[in-house]
Every structure is written in structure tokens, then in C-alpha cells.
Write a protein of this length. Structure first.
Length: 85
């Protein structure tokens, strides 16, 4: 058994038997330090967004016009009425 495995087993045992929060945090830290925990997925930063054909030309211009707030919420607010009909 490796030294890492021994250390993790000792901390897990202490965390479970004594309900020790520092021991739980130590297990998590050891796991992160040794790349045993997968990193969180990166947020989507691009891709293809298809505008349906039935969206009016005026709304298409609003969607693709340059704005400081270029959020998807703004685009969804424009498209929502088309889908609620």
C-alpha cells in the first residue's frame, strides 16, 4: 500500500469515526493535491446558435446587433414570444 493510500485511509477513518470536519477537509485537500478529483468543466464559450426561420427580420437584427450586454438572456427574451404562441 502506498504512503498516499495510507494517509487517505487514516484521514477517512478519523473523519468517519470522529465526525471530524478538519479530517474531511484534509481528505479533500489530499485528493485535490494528488489530482484525484476531476476539475470542474469549463463554461461554454462559443458554439453555433441557430435562429429559426420564422423569426422576423427586425428581431434578427436586434439579436445580431452589437451591444455591450451580449448575453443569451437578452436573445432568449427576444425569442421567447415566438415559442409561447
Amino acid at each position: 500500500m502506498s504512503a498516499l493510500e495510507v494517509a487517505i485511509r487514516k484521514q477517512v477513518k478519523k473523519a468517519l469515526t470522529e465526525k471530524s470536519l478538519p479530517a474531511v477537509m484534509a481528505v479533500i485537500k489530499v485528493a485535490i493535491d494528488n489530482d484525484l478529483v476531476a476539475p470542474p468543466p469549463t463554461p461554454p464559450g462559443g458554439g453555433v446558435f441557430v435562429i429559426p426561420k420564422f423569426v422576423s427580420e427586425e428581431d434578427q437584427r436586434r439579436i445580431f446587433a452589437y451591444r455591450e450586454d451580449n448575453s443569451m438572456k437578452y436573445i432568449f427574451d427576444i425569442l421567447r414570444p415566438y415559442y409561447e404562441q
